[in-house]
Design a protein around this ligand. Structure first.
Ligand code: NAD
Ligand code: DAU
Length: 332
């Protein structure tokens, strides 16, 4: 394998993977990214130009995708509309990018016989009760709740069908909630960190008892490379780092690490259809492919992330007022 096409490589997790490839492999990388509101050129700036190039374009553009896929040895597909709240406001771009875009990529890898890895989410499995001793496994039935997660589930099913019907050389991974640098400030953790920097009280949806299973984006990247190199074609791998925490505790942790009183937050209008709990059992990935996460300490990972947002205000500051105005209009 010499050259890899990374879709969505200017987004939060995709850009982390591009850095990971540059640091840990000799592969050449082409990023295909539409540069939506969620992308940032800064996240992949400064990388060696003989290793990484950026093509600005849409994964739903069949001609563009066909040409790019034909000149690469593998595709890792991150590009998506990724925010649940946005999918409740307007599902249309989610259907177009997450389903139609994935279809175009699958048609191109089928035609050119190119290895494909599909990035997906644990949200395709729906949610768990707080006291359920089970966690999600590769055998858990699909039961998505939101327009976002249902379009991701639809894209996963397309991949499975293209493997079975057309022999496409694909693997799928479903990961839990990522945190770390470069995450868009519409998302929970960076929204609250930047609120506290601004002297604004963090905003907790509902009672805040919803549990998310946090993993550092670097650990997601190491898992994806392991699956790309060693994964069995046609298989799905769940990626998680045993990081369950409810939103209330996460907000209190952020407040404490930022030197504020732990009660200094507001409860706001809950998300419609809000999934209660996600929890990943990543035994298959760990035992069959020998992967393990390196970020085991959530508190120090969050402390690093707070430091990063403090030091990179130039990046997020221009987006902040509009994001908060849109949330405020919904009582959030
Ligand atoms: P993000 O919103 O930060 O980035 C998405 C990127 O995709 C952006 O750079 C955007 O410009 C690009 N993009 C969007 N539509 C496109 C199109 N039509 N053509 C080309 N590029 C397009 O998202 P993220 O959080 O980095 O998530 C990346 C992937 O990982 C998604 O597939 C998401 O479902 C999955 N995932 C995310 C998490 C998480 O916690 N963030 C967890 C599990 C899985
Ligand atoms: O589980 C993986 C998924 O994690 C990915 O597939 C998605 O792309 C990613 O966005 C993330 O989805 P969530 O909906 O879990 O993430 P979000 O950051 O939007 O919210 C995390 C939790 O925090 C969720 O329970 C909603 C809550 N929340 C969110 C915001 C923005 C709040 O309480 N307050 C907020 O202001």
């Amino acid at each position: 394998m010499n050259r890899i096409l990374v879709t969505g490589g200017a987004g939060f997790i995709g850009s982390n993977f591009v850095h990971y490839l540059v640091e840990n492999t000799d592969l050449g990388v082409t990023v295909l990214d539409k540069m939506t509101y969620a992308a940032s050129k800064e996240a992949i700036a400064g990388l060696p130009s003989d290793r990484v190039s950026l093509v600005v374009g849409d994964i739903a553009d069949a001609e563009l995708v066909d040409g790019l896929v034909s000149s690469h040895d593998a595709v890792v597909h991150y590009a998506a509309e990724s925010h649940n709240d946005n999918s409740l406001n307007d599902p249309s771009p989610f259907v177009q990018t997450n389903i139609v875009g994935t279809f175009q990529l699958l048609e191109a890898v089928r035609k050119h016989g190119v290895r494909y890895h599909h990035i997906s989410t644990d949200e395709v499995y729906g949610d768990l009760e707080l006291d359920d001793p089970q966690r999600f496994t590769e055998a858990t039935p699909y039961n998505p709740s939101s327009p976002y997660s249902s379009t991701k589930a639809g894209s996963d099913l397309l991949v499975r069908a293209w493997v079975r019907s057309f022999g496409v050389q694909a693997t799928i991974s479903n990961c839990s909630n990522n945190y770390g640098p470069w995450q868009h400030i519409e998302k929970f953790i960076p929204r609250q960190i930047t609120n506290v920097i601004d002297g604004v009280r963090p905003k907790l949806y509902g009672a805040g008892l919803n549990v998310r299973d946090w993993i550092h984006a670097n650990d997601h990247s190491s898992a994806v490379l392991r699956i790309l190199e060693k994964g069995v074609i046609g298989e799905t791998y769940l990626i998680g780092a045993d990081g369950e925490m409810n939103n209330l505790e996460t907000v209190k942790l952020i407040l404490r690490l930022m030197g504020r009183d732990e009660s200094d937050f507001d409860h706001v209008t809950d998300r419609a259809g809000h999934d209660l709990r996600y929890a990943i059992d990543s035994t298959k990935l760990r035992t069959e492919l020998g992967w393990k996460p390196t970020f085991q300490d959530f508190e120090s990972g969050i402390a690093d992330t707070i430091r990063w947002y403090r030091e990179n205000e130039d990046w997020w500051r221009p987006k902040k007022a509009a994001i908060e105005a849109a949330y405020a209009a919904k009582g959030q």
